[in-house]
Design a binder for this molecule. Structure first.
Ligand code: DQA
Length: 145
């Protein structure tokens, strides 16, 4: 199984940005944990981060035909991007949405998630572990299908 982990804008600043909300784990540490976990469950993993909406759309499109599951934290684009929703729908790859923070308990503008409609599960507010939980969900659904 091949999993693609996609991170949107400002997630490359993890560990530096608002540590009281997102914690002290750096983006590099997050990538290392994702790679370790992939090895543990016996999946291949690719990790992609961009601050640009169109680049994220391009990466989702490029996954068509060669990726079995997508973990996506679209960051701020969660709350604004129909383009990311459409890209996920276009490729039809099973996807899980992740948010490090508990967006449901934050500002009003964070209460909307466009991509959620194209994801079979959402892991919200579980910190960095949420990415690993999302990988497990993809792995389980891949094995069942
Ligand atoms: C986030 C939550 C978003 O509202 C925010 O814009 C982010 C990160 C999270 O992981 O908690 O950049 O997706």
């Amino acid at each position: 199984m091949k999993i693609l982990v996609i991170n949107g804008p400002n997630l490359n600043m993890l560990g530096i940005r608002e540590p009281q909300i997102y914690g002290r784990t750096t983006y590099e540490d997050l990538c290392a944990r994702i790679r370790d976990h992939a090895q543990k469950i016996g999946a291949e993993v690719e990790i992609y981060q961009s601050n640009h909406e169109g680049d994220l759309v391009d990466r989702i499109q490029a996954a068509y035909g060669n990726i079995d599951g997508i973990v996506i934290n679209p960051a701020a684009y969660t709350h604004t991007s129909v383009a990311l929703l459409d890209a996920l729908k276009a490729v039809g790859i099973p996807a899980v949405e992740v948010h490090i923070s508990d967006v449901s308990a934050r500002e009003d503008f964070r209460q909307i998630s466009f991509v959620r409609r194209a994801c079979f599960a959402s892991v919200i507010g579980h910190g960095i572990d949420g990415y690993l939980e999302a990988m497990d969900l993809l792995w389980e659904s891949y094995r069942e299908n």
